[in-house]
Design a binder for this molecule. Structure first.
Ligand SMILES: Nc1ncnc2c1ncn2[C@@H]1O[C@H](COP(=O)(O)OP(=O)(O)OP(=O)(O)O)[C@@H](O)[C@H]1O
Length: 619
C-alpha cells in the first residue's frame, strides 16, 4: 500500500519499481512499432555509415596516399562523401520517424490518464492535489516522451556504437582494443552510483514541481479571496519557499550531473591519451601502419560522444522511470465506483422515481467518524423532499450518494427498488439530474455546458430547460448559446451560473432531481421566478433538495431535518416549524433549543402519522 503524504501516495523502499513501471508502458510502443523499426534501422545504418568513414580513411592513408595514386584517392574520397550523404539522409529519416511516433505515444498515454481520472471517484480527487495531477499529465509525460524518443534511442545506439568500435579496435590492434574495452568497467561503476543518487533527486524534484503547481492553481482560484484579505505576502512567501525547494533540488541535480559528466569525460580522454602514446610506439615498431593508427584514433574519437552523453542518458532514464512511477500511481488506482458485473440499465420511460435510503451510513475514507448514520428516508414518485440541517451536518454528502459520487458505507439507496449499485452508472446518471451548490461551468460554450449529461438533447429541449431555470439570458449573450463561458470565457454572475447549472440538471426531465441549495445565489425577484418555474417541473419529478431558506422550503412537499448525521424529524414544513424547535432554529434566527425533542422528532415507527398520511413518519 502506498504511504501518503499531502494527499499524494508515495512509494518508498523498492528501488527497481520505477524501472518496472517504465517497462510497463511498453505496450504504448506497439501501435508505433513500424515507425520505431524504421527509426532504429535508420539510426543503426547511420551509425554504420559513420563507423565506415575511419576505415575508408585508413585505406586512403595506407593506399593512394602512400602510393601517390590520385585516381584511387578520388575513388575512396567519393566513397567517403557518399557515406557522409547516406548518413545525413538516414539521420533525417530517423528524426522524422522519431517525432511522429513519440508525440503520438505521449498523446495516447495522456488520453488514457485523463479517461482514468474521469473514472476515479470523487473521493480520489478529494485526496489528490490538483497540481500533483497536473504535473503528472504534463511535465512527467514530456519527460517520458523525451526518453522514448532520445534517451532510449541513444542508449541503444551508443551501446551498439561502443561494441562495434571495440570490435573494430580489437581487430586493428588486440591489446590496445582490449585496453579501450576495459575502460567500460569504471564507466559502469560511475553510472551505477550516479543512477542511484539521481533517482532520489528526480523523484524529489518531480514531487516538488507538483507542489508548486498546486500552489499556483490554488492562488489562481482564490485570487479574489486572497486579495480581499490582504494575504498576498503570506501566499507569496509560501510560493517562494516551494520555488526555493524546487530550485535547490534542481541545482543539486545539475551539480550531480556535472560532477558525473566530468568523470565520463575523463575516462575516454585518458584512454585516448594512453592509446595515442602506445599506438605511436606500436607504429614506430611496425606493429601498426600509419593508416591503422589514424583509423584507430578516429574510431576511438567516435567513442567520446557516446560516453560523454552517458550521464545525460542515465539522468533522462531515471527521470523517465520516476515519471512513469508517478503516472502509474494514478493509473494503478482502481476506480472504486464502477458498473457491477450484473448492472442493468433502466429506460427513463419505465422509471417512476421512488427513491429510498435504507439504513444508510457513510464515512469519508481516512476519517474516524461517519458523517451519516442509519438514514432511513423515502421520497415517493413525484414528491419533493427538502433536506434541512445546520451547516456541515452532511446534507451535500447525502445528496452525493444518490448519483454514486460516493458509495454508501452501510445500508443501501434504491431507485424504484433497484439498489443504485446494481444500475449501470451511465443509466443512473441519466436518470438523476444534479446541480451542486457551487455551479461549475467548463471552458466551453453554453450549449456544451448545458448538454454535458445529454449530448443528444435538441434545441427545443434546451430552450425548455433554460426557460424553466429562468436562464433565457443565455440567448442574449454575445454569441448566444455558442458563447464560451467558464474559466477562459465570458464571466457570468453567481446567479447566472446557478441558473445555467439548474437548466443543465433539469434538461431531459430526469426521473430524480438532486439539487443542492439551487436558489442560493439568486436575487429575490429571480428567485421567485425560478421558484415558480421549478414548482412546475417538480410536479412530475421526484426531487431531493438541500435548502437553507424558508422561502425555498415552500417548494417541498415534506421536509427532513438532518442533525449530527441522523434524520431526526420528517414532516411538512408548517408542522415541523410549529413542533420542532431544532428545525425552527435551523431555518430562523431562533437559538437552538435544549428541550427534549418533540414526539414528531423521535425515531420513526413510534410516531403518529401526519395529516397527509405520510408526514412525521420516518420513511
Ligand atoms: N471529501 C471529504 N472528506 C472528508 N470529510 C468531508 C469531505 N467532504 C465533506 N466532509 C465533511 O463531512 C461533513 C459534512 O459535509 P457536507 O458538505 O455534507 O455538509 P453540509 O451539511 O452540506 O454543509 P453546508 O450546509 O455547509 O453545505 C463536514 O464535517 C465536512 O467537513
Amino acid at each position: 500500500m502506498p504511504a501518503e503524504s499531502d494527499g499524494v501516495p508515495t512509494h518508498r523502499g523498492d528501488a527497481a519499481r520505477p524501472l518496472r513501471n517504465l517497462w510497463r508502458l511498453r505496450h504504448y510502443l506497439r501501435p508505433h512499432a513500424v515507425a520505431f523499426c524504421w527509426l532504429l534501422v535508420a539510426a543503426l545504418a547511420a551509425t554504420g555509415a559513420s563507423l565506415a568513414v575511419p576505415l575508408v580513411v585508413q585505406r586512403v592513408v595506407d593506399g593512394p596516399v602512400a602510393r601517390h595514386d590520385p585516381g584511387g584517392l578520388v575513388r575512396l574520397g567519393g566513397l567517403a562523401l557518399l557515406l557522409g550523404l547516406a548518413e545525413a539522409l538516414l539521420i533525417f529519416i530517423r528524426r522524422w520517424a522519431q517525432t511522429s511516433s513519440s508525440v503520438g505515444m505521449e498523446a495516447t498515454i495522456r488520453a488514457d490518464i485523463y479517461a482514468h481520472l474521469q473514472r476515479l471517484p470523487a473521493g480520489f480527487h478529494d485526496r489528490w492535489q490538483t497540481g500533483q495531477l497536473l504535473s503528472r499529465v504534463t511535465s512527467d509525460l514530456s519527460v517520458i516522451r523525451r526518453f522514448l524518443s532520445f534517451g532510449l534511442l541513444f542508449l541503444v545506439l551508443n551501446l551498439v556504437t561502443y561494441v562495434a568500435v571495440v570490435v573494430l579496435l580489437v581487430r586493428l590492434h588486440p591489446t590496445l582494443g582490449l585496453l579501450v574495452a576495459a575502460s567500460a568497467v569504471p564507466l559502469f561503476l560511475i553510472s551505477r552510483r550516479f543512477g542511484r543518487y539521481y533517482h532520489a533527486a528526480s523523484r524529489r524534484m518531480q514531487d516538488q514541481q507538483g507542489d508548486v503547481a498546486t500552489l499556483v492553481e490554488e492562488t489562481a482560484q482564490g485570487l479574489r479571496t486572497m486579495k480581499a484579505y490582504g494575504r498576498g505576502p503570506e501566499l507569496a512567501a509560501r510560493f517562494a519557499d516551494g520555488a526555493r525547494a524546487l530550485h535547490d533540488t534542481g541545482v543539486a541535480k545539475s551539480r550531480l550531473l556535472a560532477r558525473t559528466s566530468a568523470l565520463f569525460d575523463l575516462v575516454p580522454n585518458l584512454t585516448l591519451g594512453v592509446v595515442l602514446v602506445a599506438g605511436a610506439v606500436a607504429a614506430a615498431r611496425g606493429a601498426l601502419t600509419i593508416g591503422e593508427l589514424v583509423a584507430f584514433v578516429s574510431l576511438q574519437l567516435m567513442l567520446i560522444w557516446p560516453v560523454q552523453s552517458l550521464g545525460w542518458i542515465i539522468a533522462n532514464g531515471q527521470e523517465a522511470a520516476t515519471a512513469a512511477d508517478r503516472i502509474q500511481e494514478v493509473l494503478d488506482t482502481e476506480p472504486a465506483i464502477v458498473d457491477a458485473p450484473h448492472a442493468v440499465g433502466l429506460a427513463r420511460a419505465g422509471v417512476r422515481g421512488r427513491l429510498a435510503f435504507e439504513g444508510v451510513s457513510f464515512r469519508y475514507p481516512g476519517t474516524p467518524a461517519p458523517v451519516l448514520r442509519g438514514i432511513d428516508l423515502t421520497v415517493e414518485p413525484g414528491e419533493t423532499l427538502a433536506l434541512v440541517g445546520a451547516t456541515g451536518v452532511g446534507k451535500s454528502t447525502l445528496l452525493s450518494l444518490v448519483p454514486r459520487l460516493h458509495d454508501v458505507s452501510a445500508g443501501r439507496i434504491t431507485l424504484d427498488g433497484h439498489d443504485v449499485r446494481d444500475l449501470q452508472l451511465a443509466s443512473l446518471r441519466r436518470l438523476v439530474g444534479v446541480a451542486f451548490e457551487e455551479p461549475t461551468l467548463f471552458s466551453m460554450s453554453v450549449w456544451e455546458n448545458l448538454t454535458l449529461g445529454r449530448p443528444d438533447a435538441d434545441a427545443d429541449e434546451v430552450r425548455a430547460a433554460l426557460a424553466l431555470a429562468q436562464a433565457d439570458f443565455a440567448y442574449e449573450l454575445p454569441w448566444g448559446l455558442a458563447t464560451r463561458v467558464g474559466e477562459q470565457g465570458l464571466t457570468l454572475s453567481g446567479g447566472q451560473r446557478q441558473r445555467l447549472a439548474l437548466a443543465r440538471a433539469v434538461l431531459g426531465r430526469p426521473a430524480v432531481l438532486v439539487l443542492d441549495d439551487p436558489l442560493s445565489a439568486l436575487d429575490v425577484h429571480t428567485e421567485a421566478l425560478v421558484e415558480a418555474a421549478l414548482r412546475r417541473v417538480l410536479r412530475d419529478t421526484t426531487a431531493l433538495l438541500v435548502v437553507h431558506r424558508p422561502s425555498t422550503v415552500a417548494l417541498a412537499d415534506r421536509v427532513a431535518l438532518l442533525e449530527r448525521g441522523r434524520i431526526t424529524a420528517v414532516g411538512t414544513h408548517s408542522r415541523l416549524l410549529a413542533t420542532v424547535p431544532a428545525y425552527r432554529a435551523v431555518l430562523s434566527a431562533d437559538p437552538p433549543s435544549t428541550d427534549p425533542p418533540p414526539a414528531e422528532a423521535r425515531p420513526a415507527g413510534r410516531l403518529p402519522a401526519g395529516p397527509d398520511g405520510r408526514g412525521l413518519v420516518r420513511s
